[in-house]
Design a protein around this ligand. Structure first.
Ligand SMILES: [Zn+2]
Length: 217
C-alpha cells in the first residue's frame, strides 16, 4: 500500500478510518501530537527542550516537527504509514516534500476527506455524554442512542453535550481548518497527488475508495 497523507476537517471521521487502515493493512499511524508526547516521555535532552516550549504555550517550529517525522519514518522498515495532523501549513507541506525526496520516498497519496459544515455540525451536536460515568452516546445513531432520550442508560443522569462540541467553537475550528488547508490542497492538487473522498458516504464505501487510491500501482 502507498503511504497516506491524511487530511480531514474536525469530526470528519479520520480517527475511525485510520484505525481501520492500521488494523487491516498494518499501516503505521504517525500523529505529530503523539511524536511530541513520546519524545518528551523519553526524557531525552531534545524532549526536555520540547517540554519547555509546549509548557510555555508556544508552538513547536516546523523544523522540529519535521525532524521528529523524519526520525520516525526512517525507523520504519518498508512499512507504509499514515501521516495524521501533518502538514498543517503550506510551508510544512513543502518541507515534507523535500524530506520525501531526500529519503527517496515517492509512493505517497494525499487523501482529503471532505465534508461540509452543516453535516459535520449535525454529527458533533449529536454527541452527548453522561457527566457521571462518562459514557458517550450519539443521538443520530440507532445503536449509540440512549434508551430514554436525555438520560444515561447506566446511571440515569441527564446527558450533556461535550464542551468542545459547542456549536460556535466548532464553527470557528472548522472554518479556520478550511482556510489553512486550502493552500495545502492546491499544492498537492498541482502535484497530482490529491484524492478527495466525500466523508458523508457510508463507511464501507469510504474504505473501498481509500483502498483503491492507496493500492500500489
Ligand atoms: Zn452514566
Amino acid at each position: 500500500m502507498k503511504n497516506i497523507i491524511f487530511i480531514a476537517p474536525p469530526a470528519a471521521g479520520k480517527g475511525t478510518i485510520s484505525d481501520y487502515l492500521v488494523k487491516n493493512y498494518q499501516y503505521e499511524h504517525i500523529s505529530t501530537g503523539d511524536l511530541l508526547r513520546e519524545e518528551i516521555a523519553s526524557g531525552s535532552e531534545f524532549g526536555q527542550k520540547l517540554d519547555v516550549i509546549l509548557k510555555s504555550g508556544s508552538l513547536v517550529d516546523d523544523e522540529t516537527v519535521i525532524r521528529l517525522v523524519n526520525h520516525k519514518i526512517t525507523s520504519l522498515s518498508h512499512q507504509a504509514f499514515i501521516l495524521d495532523g501533518f502538514p498543517r501549513t503550506l510551508g510544512q507541506a513543502k518541507v515534507l516534500d523535500e524530506m520525501f525526496r531526500e529519503l527517496n520516498i515517492h509512493n505517497n497519496v494525499v487523501i482529503y476527506l471532505s465534508v461540509d459544515l452543516d453535516t459535520v455540525l449535525k454529527r458533533v451536536t449529536a454527541r452527548v455524554i453522561c457527566p457521571k460515568c462518562k459514557r458517550s452516546y450519539n443521538l443520530n445513531n440507532e445503536k449509540l442512542k440512549p434508551i430514554h432520550k436525555d438520560t444515561c442508560d447506566d446511571c440515569g443522569y441527564a446527558l450533556i453535550r461535550r464542551d468542545d462540541d459547542n456549536e460556535e467553537t466548532f464553527k470557528v475550528r472548522y472554518e479556520s481548518f478550511i482556510k489553512n488547508t486550502k493552500p495545502i490542497l492546491d499544492f498537492y492538487q498541482d502535484k497530482g497527488m490529491l484524492k478527495e473522498i466525500d466523508a458523508t458516504l457510508p463507511l464501507e464505501v469510504i474504505y473501498d475508495r481509500i483502498e483503491n487510491e492507496a493500492k500500489n500501482d
